[in-house]
Design a protein around this ligand. Structure first.
Ligand code: COA
Length: 260
């Protein structure tokens, strides 16, 4: 297991902590693989009844590691990022998340596949795919408009704006807000409440809730994935990501758009 992903069991709750604070918890290939392994192990272990994702104190995650996007972009459905998303989406046990600080890209879109999400006032949600020459993933092109309407979703997916925790609560992206200092204990308490409930009834209820949108989510993921992978090789994406590491604004006036 990667040391950038820590797992800890609190009674019947498995806590998966993203722990790469020097890089704002940006997710590498190894971290996706470690999270997928932790999810699969939790699903297989009858002693685990609830899964909880948490970040470090100052950040949830800055999203996919941009150096990985440049140097080892996902090539298809078996890539670590897609395997992680598919495993999360298929999780039968309830999944909670506690969000402090930045939740960028997949840091926001993965929350669409968690059952209960709580955040501190420090939380900042952003899906800046367009700013990077990319397009939505994790079925967010379907689920964000469904959740908050096309116009609010366009603020996230087209403008790449940042939502603070109050806005995220107002649009239904999170269940509740707690002081950052109390958040982890509060979410663990919610997880304990769920873990004490009859597990089969919980599992079947989640399964029923997810059953109807499942085919649409799968279809959206497939269509998004093909476009996303192609976009990663575009000159727009290369300019945006290179600019990030060179700590300059990207200049899209010179890029020649790639036909798609
Ligand atoms: N991939 C790789 N490295 C990243 C990263 C990412 N997604 N996000 C942050 N980092 C690294 C920075 O390069 C920097 O590394 P360095 O100290 O070696 O130079 C370190 O993490 C701290 O980031 P910094 O940008 O200085 O922190 P900040 O507090 O000013 O800003 C963010 C935080 C998250 C707003 C900013 O880092 C950011 O926009 N990151 C990119 C987010 C992104 O586009 N994710 C992909 C979405 S698909």
């Amino acid at each position: 297991m990667s040391h950038d992903i820590l797992t800890q069991t609190h009674d019947a709750v498995l806590r998966i902590q993203i722990n790469r604070p020097d890089k704002k918890n940006a997710l590498t290939l190894a971290m996706y693989e470690a999270m997928t392994a932790a999810l699969l192990a939790a699903e297989a272990d009858p002693a685990v009844r609830v899964i909880l994702f948490a970040g470090a104190d100052s950040c949830f995650t800055a999203g996919n590691d941009l150096a990985d996007f440049l140097n080892s972009p996902p090539g298809g459905e078996d890539s670590p990022v897609f395997r992680f998303l598919k495993t999360l989406i298929a999780a039968q046990k309830p999944v909670l998340a506690a969000v402090h600080g930045v939740a960028v890209g997949i840091g926001t879109t993965m929350l669409l596949h968690c059952d209960l999400v709580y955040a501190g006032p420090s939380a900042r949600f952003q899906t800046p795919f367009v700013n990077l020459g990319l397009t939505p993933e994790a079925a967010s092109s379907l689920l964000l408009p469904q959740l908050m309407g096309h116009r609010r979703a366009a603020e996230l997916l087209l403008l790449g704006e940042t939502f603070d925790a109050e806005t995220a609560l107002a649009v239904g992206l999170i269940n509740g807000l707690r002081a950052d200092s109390e958040l982890d204990a509060y979410v663990l308490h919610k997880a304990d409440i769920l873990a004490a409930k009859p597990p089969t009834a919980v599992r079947l209820s989640k399964q029923l809730m997810k059953r109807w949108p499942a085919a649409a989510v799968q279809q959206a993921m497939g269509q998004e994935g093909d476009i996303f992978i192609a976009r990663l090789h575009s000159s727009e994406a290369r300019e945006a990501m290179t600019a990030f590491f060179e700590r300059r604004q990207p200049d899209f006036s010179r890029v020649v758009d790639d036909a798609l």
